[in-house]
Design a protein around this ligand. Structure first.
Ligand code: FPP
Ligand code: MG
Length: 292
């Protein structure tokens, strides 16, 4: 299945989308896509079938987001904790990811014409070299696109992300690029892998926990838990999530704490952050051109 779908909504669904668009729409949605293996068990299939259907559901949901005008989506595709699963399942998931990132690169024309920026967030050092290379190519290819953003959390946990942010800050301080006074929650936020915080976070499958996903970023987000298993998540389930967001929106708007991620115009900090981003790009370039 393609990453980028078109026109899968019927006329009635399109009408519902248009009505919902008269209300507030989240700019950024996070999704914990949970329940793939339970779905596989339910249909008497191998686990990998559940994950593969999970990917198909991701494509579908990206189209719903596009139709609704949601500009940024961050999905939890593979946690660092998932490496503790059986070797067979980890390998199957890595093979599935390899196949899907190859497919993503094949869809270059569509990615570029639709202006989609793909970012992969996580500790890429933990991945196989061929997968590192595909990911780096996809991220570098689309890095200047700015119409919509797809962030795929892969080999990701929030604790690793925060640890990496702290290391970046320490690196800056030890090279005298920043001082202790420059270190604020806003600076730390800008050293994370993400660029904005989700307005709405959805978790499927009935688990009511965050499983180390975007912990720094969701302090102000509306969080919606649903019992539906991810591969069975339907357009109408998604409509319910958006309606819940719309109901909570005005409360959220009046109470939003804007102290996190406020933009800093301190030149020293700007230089430090641009150096950090350049080092991350250099790492991707290295992966993209590595001999395998
Ligand atoms: C959680 O369900 C799902 C995962 C660990 C994998 C999610 C991966 C995909 C949807 C494929 C996406 C691939 C790419 C390349 C973006 P689970 O395995 O925890 O199932 P369970 O909760 O029923 O045990
Ligand atoms: Mg699970």
């Amino acid at each position: 299945m393609s990453w980028i779908l078109d026109n899968s909504l019927n006329k009635f669904q399109q009408l519902v989308v248009n009505i919902m668009k008269s209300g507030p729409i989240p700019n950024h949605v996070g999704i914990i896509m949970d329940g793939n293996r339970r779905y596989a068990k339910k249909i008497n299939a191998e686990k990998v079938v559940g994950h593969s259907r999970g990917f198909d559901k991701l494509s579908e949901s990206l189209e719903w987001c596009k139709e609704l005008g949601i500009k940024e989506v961050t999905v939890y595709a593979f946690s660092i904790e998932n490496f503790k699963r059986t070797q067979k399942e980890v390998e199957e998931l890595m093979n599935l990811a390899t196949e899907k990132f190859e497919k993503l690169l094949d869809e270059e024309d569509k990615l570029m014409s639709e202006g989609i920026c793909v970012r992969v967030i996580g500790d890429l050092t933990l991945l196989r070299k061929d997968l590192q290379q595909l990911i780096a190519k996809a991220v570098l290819l689309t890095k200047d696109n700015c119409k919509s953003f797809l962030n795929i959390a892969f080999a990701y946990t929030s604790r690793e992300e925060m640890t990496s942010a702290v290391k970046s800050v320490l690196h800056g301080a030890s090279h005298n690029h920043i001082s202790l006074d420059d270190v604020t929650d806003a600076l730390l936020a800008q050293c994370l892998y993400t660029y904005s915080n989700p307005d709405l976070l959805i978790r499927t499958s009935g688990e009511v926990r965050l499983s180390d996903f975007l912990l720094y970023q969701v302090s102000q987000s509306i969080i919606y838990f649903t019992d539906v298993l991810w591969p069975e998540f339907s357009f109408w389930n998604f409509v319910m999530c958006i309606l819940r967001y719309q109901r909570s929106y005005f409360y959220l708007k009046n109470n939003k704490d804007t102290s996190i991620s406020t933009y800093s115009n301190n030149m020293r900090i700007e230089l430090f952050l641009s150096d950090l981003r350049q080092r991350r790009l250099d790492t991707l370039q290295k992966y993209a051109t590595a001999e395998i």
